[in-house]
Design a protein around this ligand. Structure first.
Ligand code: HOZ
Length: 425
C-alpha cells in the first residue's frame, strides 16, 4: 500500500491521521511516511523505500533500531507475562541503574511517558514547597500537561501556535515564561517574587525548538537562585538524558538539579520514563507523602527489560566518544557542504543530538531560532527525503544519531546532502 493511501485512510479514524502532531508533516508539507520496519540506522516505509533515520523515534533508538540484545530481552520478558500491576525485581534494577548513572538522583519513580515525568515532578515541587508559581522558558517543551503548554516548543511550533487551546487561563496563571539563556531576566524574576516560586523547569539542552544549548552561566545562575530562594530546580532531560552524555546534560555542565525528568533512551523504544532526585523531596511522594501519582503500566516488565538492556549497552567502552564523534562529523560535513554552496546555514551537535539552522550563526534562544529560514529547511527536508535520508519533519526539532550511524552511513548522508544543497541554490 502507498503512503498516500495510508494517510488518507488514517485521517478517517484518527485526527490528522497521526497519533502525535509533528508526524503529520504539517510544517514541511507533503505526505508522512508510514513505517513498516526498522533496523540499525535505517527504516523502511510502506512503499519499501529505505531511509537513513535521523530521528531514532525522537531519541530512544540510541543503540540503533531493533538491536538484537534489546529485542531478545523484550521477547524473554514478554514470555513471562506482559503486565502485573505489582512490583518486580526489574524495577529495582532499573532504579539502581539510573541512580548509579545520574548521581543527583537518589530515588526515582518510573512512569510511562515524559509528560507524566515532568507533570509529576512539577506536582512534587509544588507539594514540597507549598508554593504555586513555576518558571519555564519560551520554546522549551515539557510534555503536554496543562501548566506547561505555554509558549512551548515541539509539535506546537510545527502548527505555528506555541500554546494550546483547551487549557484554562486559571491553570496557567502560575506559569511564568522567561527567555531561554536570559540570565538577567531570571535574576530579576527571583528578586521580584523568589519566595513564591516552587520550581524552575528547563531543558538544559533544548531539543524541542531545534537544538539550543544553554550557556553554563544561565544554568549556574538558575542553580544558585533556586538554592537561595528555596525553589526546586528541575532538569527536563527526557530528551537529552543519556543522549548527550552517560550522566546526561547535568554531567556535562556539572550542575546538580534537585529533580530530573527522564524518558526516551531509558525505555529503549518502549514506554518508560522517570522522575527522581533528592531523597528528601521524593519522600513527599505517595505512599510516603501527600503528593499523589500512580500508573497501571508504570514500571511495566517488558518496557523495563528494553530500558535496562539499553542502559547496559550505552555503558560499553567508548560508546559516547563514538556517538559524539559521528554526530559532529555529520554536523561539520553538512556545514562544509552548505558553505561550498554559499548558503546561510550552520549546524551544531552535542553527544548524539544535532541541530540544523538556516541562519548565519547557531541560535541561542527561541527568538533567534524563529528567525532562521524555515522555507529553505522545508526544501532541504524534501530533497533529503527523496534521497533516502529522513530528517525531523520540522525546522524546530533536533536530530538524533545512533551508535549504528557509522562512517559509511554518515558519508552516504553527506553525499545526498551535496546534491540537495546544490539544488537549493
Ligand atoms: N514530541 C516529540 C518531538 N519533540 C515528537 C513525538 C512523536 O511524534 O513521536
Amino acid at each position: 500500500m502507498r503512503n498516500t493511501e495510508l494517510f488518507e485512510r488514517a485521517q478517517i479514524t484518527t485526527p490528522g491521521g497521526v497519533n502525535s502532531p509533528v508526524r503529520a508533516f504539517r510544517s514541511v508539507g507533503g505526505t508522512p511516511r508510514f513505517i513498516t520496519r526498522a533496523e540499525g540506522p535505517y527504516f523502511w516505509d510502506a512503499e519499501q523505500k529505505r531511509y537513513i533515520d535521523y530521528i531514532g523515534s525522537w531519541g530512544p533508538a540510541i543503540v540503533g533500531h531493533a538491536h538484537p540484545d534489546v529485542v531478545k530481552a523484550v521477547q524473554a520478558a514478554a514470555a513471562l507475562g506482559l503486565s502485573f500491576g505489582a512490583p518486580t525485581e526489574g524495577e529495582i534494577l532499573m532504579a539502581e541503574e539510573i541512580c548509579k548513572l545520574v548521581p543527583s538522583i537518589e530515588q526515582v519513580r518510573l512512569v510511562s511517558s515524559g509528560t507524566e515525568a515532568t507533570m509529576s515532578a512539577l506536582r512534587l515541587a509544588r507539594g514540597a514547597t507549598g508554593r504555586d508559581k513555576i518558571i519555564k522558558f519560551e520554546g522549551c517543551y515539557h510534555g503536554h500537561a496543562d501548566a506547561l503548554l505555554v509558549k512551548a516548543g515541539s509539535g506546537l511550533l510545527t502548527l505555528g501556535n506555541p500554546s494550546s487551546s483547551g487549557v484554562p487561563a486559571d491553570f496557567t496563571k502560575h506559569t511564568l515564561v522567561l527567555d531561554y539563556n536570559n540570565t538577567q531576566q531570571l535574576e530579576d524574576t527571583f528578586k521580584a517574587m523568589g519566595d513564591q516560586i516552587a520550581c524552575v523547569i528547563v531543558e538544559p539542552v533544548a531539543g524541542n525548538m531545534n537544538l539550543i544549548k544553554a550557556t553554563p552561566e544561565f544554568l549556574q545562575t538558575m542553580r544558585r537562585l533556586c538554592t537561595e530562594h528555596g525553589a526546586v530546580l528541575i532538569f527536563d532531560e527526557v530528551m537529552c538524558g543519556f543522549r548527550v552524555a552517560l550522566g546526561g546534560a547535568q554531567s556535562l555542565y556539572n550542575i546538580k538539579p534537585d529533580l530530573t525528568a527522564l524518558g526516551k533512551v531509558i525505555g529503549g523504544g518502549l514506554p518508560v520514563a522517570a522522575f527522581g532526585g533528592r531523597a528528601d523531596l521524593m519522600a513527599h511522594m505517595a505512599p510516603l507523602g501527600g503528593v499523589y501519582q500512580a500508573g497501571t503500566l508504570s514500571g511495566n516488565p517488558v518496557a523495563v527489560a528494553a530500558g535496562l538492556t539499553t542502559l547496559k549497552l550505552i555503558q560499553s567502552a567508548g560508546f559516547y566518544d563514538n556517538l559524539t564523534a559521528q554526530t559532529a562529523k555529520l554536523a561539520q560535513g553538512l556545514t562544509a557542504i552548505a558553505q561550498q554552496a554559499n548558503m546561510d546555514f550552520c549546524a551544531d551537535s552535542i553527544g548524539g543530538m544535532f541541530g540544523l539552522y538556516f541562519s548565519k550563526e547557531v541560535p541561542t534562544s527561541y527568538t533567534a531560532v524563529m528567525q532562521s529560514n524555515k522555507e529553505q529547511f522545508n526544501r532541504l527536508f524534501h530533497l533529503m527525503l527523496d534521497g533516502g535520508v529522513y530528517l525531523a519533519p520540522s525546522a524546530f526539532e533536533a536530530g538524533f544519531v545512533s551508535a549504528q550511524h557509522d562512517d559509511a552511513i554518515i558519508n552516504a548522508t553527506l553525499e545526498v546532502a551535496r546534491h540537495a544543497f546544490a539544488q537549493l541554490n
